[in-house]
Design a protein around this ligand. Sequence first.
Ligand SMILES: Cc1cc2nc3c(=O)[nH]c(=O)nc-3n(C[C@H](O)[C@H](O)[C@H](O)COP(=O)(O)OP(=O)(O)OC[C@H]3O[C@@H](n4cnc5c(N)ncnc54)[C@H](O)[C@@H]3O)c2cc1C
Length: 485
Amino acid sequence: MQKLEADVVVIAAGASGLAACNAAVEKGAKVVALEKASTTGGTGSMGMGPFGLESPIQRLKQMGPSKEEAFKAMMHYTHYQVDAKLVSTYFDKATTTIEWLMNMGVEFWDAVPYFPGGWPTWHVVAPGGEGCARNLYRVLFEKAKERGVEFLLQTPGKKILKQGGKITGVIGEDRNGEKVEVACKAAIVATGGFGDNPQLIKKFTGYEWGVDMQSFRIPGLAGEGLKMAWEVGAYQTPMQMEMMFLPPAGGTDDINPVDPELMEAFRQPNYFCNIMGERFMDEAIIPNATFTGNAISHQKGRCAFNIFDENIRKFMEQGYEEVHVTFPFMKLEKFDELIKKSKDIGYKYVYVADSLDDLVAQTGIDAAGLKAGIEEYNGFCEKGYDPVFHKRHKSLKPVKTPRFYAMKFLPGAYGSLGGIKVNYKLEVLDKDWNAIPGLYGAGTDANTIYGDSYPFVLPGNTMGWALNSGRMAGESAAVYAKSAG
Ligand SMILES: Cc1cc2nc3c(=O)[nH]c(=O)nc-3n(C[C@H](O)[C@H](O)[C@H](O)COP(=O)(O)OP(=O)(O)OC[C@H]3O[C@@H](n4cnc5c(N)ncnc54)[C@H](O)[C@@H]3O)c2cc1C
């Protein structure tokens, strides 16, 4: 067995782990990072950017929120079902983290909201676009290596060692199956949750992956860090999915088979109904992906359909009502080509129908319910007023001219949230809420700050939490390791 020594072992080198490595080494700790994958960055590399407060970008543009505004918004949003001191400490840190990253060489494209009415806290990494945050993690990895952090890739953490009530080491396993023991004073668990583990998703959240839940399955996120922490006495918090909504994958080998350009047409505020054909929300809310995911998950069979007709298609070909930063398509183009492409790969959940009867036959939506729902909705469109969900006037467009187009959606998720209880110093707490000396949590594994729903109103929050909790855990662990001799 290979034996190493460190002050701090960081278990995983994803978003929070890389922040923790840099923060611990800045405080003078000798750091070893164990990473399961052959690369670093984890889910962080899939994203676009973190939450930031009072950053140089926001200050230059004179745009909010201030730390105080963000804190109040967050506490109101979560109904105080979270640790307020932890939120406050995180937001304090977030006022310096964008600059911390910039000083290391990370460049940002801009700070933006996720949807109209949200706060511009989402610091999208340059040059922008899907997966642009991988540039941030490349910088964090290079910087950590330059500062002397030792990375053991393809070496998952397997067990945390505890003696006399204190953390004393971590055992990993290299790609040849050989054990590696790293003696340490402090360990940081940062393994990104259980988003790639359908059994744990079912056990802890009740969703059946691929049936009533479609989430990104980032390879390797199996809940191993949580299990290791629970084994040494960490308090198990309630867990949930980081909710949004996605079309089902079924029928193809690809988890996300739908071309984003095609999906965009079906994320517009068109007629949105459940399997009974009934509307269930103000469709103008659809861009708030969390609210939409929550609403879908409360429908019969946990599914929904976005439906439009030929006239609405023509409107969308002139320009979309909603434009999203993630996939910034301005209008519907190449629609027939995109539909054909999805049919060619065998995708089953986009529908083109010559009549409502045909649509009902293809989708399984209740015929009477859909016809009644559309009739009522078309009446609202005629009057220009929706007395049920108060959808804004400009989005009230009737559904009556064949052909009809639809896409099915399920509740979706970026990944899981939570599992181990931490305090505002990111110390992991035991069942009596005493800190386990030398054990720290960061990122998704320790994300217990959202109450029941991801606060998309303050976007960039999960990556923001990962970076800031990683930073805080790294600093705390280094200080503890020094004091522990
Ligand atoms: C498509 C997509 C886009 C996103 N975009 C954004 C965005 O723009 N803004 C935002 O705020 N959030 C975004 N998120 C969420 C954000 O990326 C995550 O919340 C964040 O990366 C979580 O950080 P983490 O360190 O907890 O986990 P990760 O970044 O996932 O890192 C976990 C790491 O743990 C490793 N690991 C697992 N088990 C072990 C083990 N036993 N031992 C060692 N290593 C192990 C994994 O290989 C991985 O490298 C996005 C998520 C997805 C899926």
